[in-house]
Design a binder for this molecule. Structure first.
Ligand code: HEC
Length: 172
């Protein structure tokens, strides 16, 4: 019984300090490393979201087929691999360029309202909170522009020159 109070107090202190650390990461991060300041503007969160949401699988050439062995400086520069199905042929655009053409407020509107063609996971984007969408925006902006444009969308029936992944008809 004598030992219980200090134990409870320690647990409470851990919970409180743990909560403080989660709520205020910039306070601890500032000065800890050269990149720590990125926490404050959301880019670390954005990087985390990009990595866990699989955006690189399509928007970074070679990422999905090398288990992610593409340097970060080349991430999200788009891919010339086409995705072909009843919707025509789509290409994952260069997001490093795209995010230079749009301001943060417009990005939130686009992410909420735009209907993407397959296989872009529009529902995953729409399911993100405003804060997460802002973090994604800030991270990709912070990476800066790089690469060139991906091939343009081709409507159904149009021949395309480069490689394509053809979606077969779904099983009956
Ligand atoms: C399975 C492949 C795939 C994945 C995964 C994917 N995308 Fe896409 N994305 C595409 C394709 C294909 C398009 C083009 C869609 C169209 O033509 O309507 C696209 C279009 C976009 C566009 C429009 C860009 C422009 O230039 O108009 C944005 C923004 C975007 N994706 C962001 C993301 C983000 C952020 C993620 C991760 C959360 C992501 N995508 C994951 C395939 C993918």
């Amino acid at each position: 019984m004598v030992h219980r109070i200090p134990l409870v107090a320690a647990a409470l202190a851990a919970a409180v300090f743990g909560a403080v650390a989660v709520v205020t990461p910039p306070v601890y991060a500032v000065g800890a490393s050269a990149t720590a300041g990125k926490h404050a503007d959301g880019t670390a969160r954005g990087r985390y979201l990009i990595r866990t949401s699989g955006c690189n699988d399509c928007h970074t050439a070679g990422f999905a087929t090398t288990d992610g062995k593409v340097p970060e400086k080349d991430w999200l520069t788009g891919d010339a691999l086409g995705w072909q199905g009843p919707w025509g042929t789509t290409y994952a655009p260069n997001l490093r360029m795209y995010f230079q053409t749009i301001d943060e407020r417009s990005w939130l509107e686009v992410a909420r309202a735009r209907e993407f063609r397959p296989p872009m996971p529009g529902p995953s984007l729409r399911a993100m909170t405003d804060d997460d969408l802002r973090a994604v925006y800030r991270y990709v902006r912070a990476l800066g522009p790089a690469g060139g444009p991906a091939p343009a969308y081709a409507p159904p029936g149009h021949q395309v020159a480069g490689p394509v992944v053809v979606f077969p008809a779904p099983p009956k």
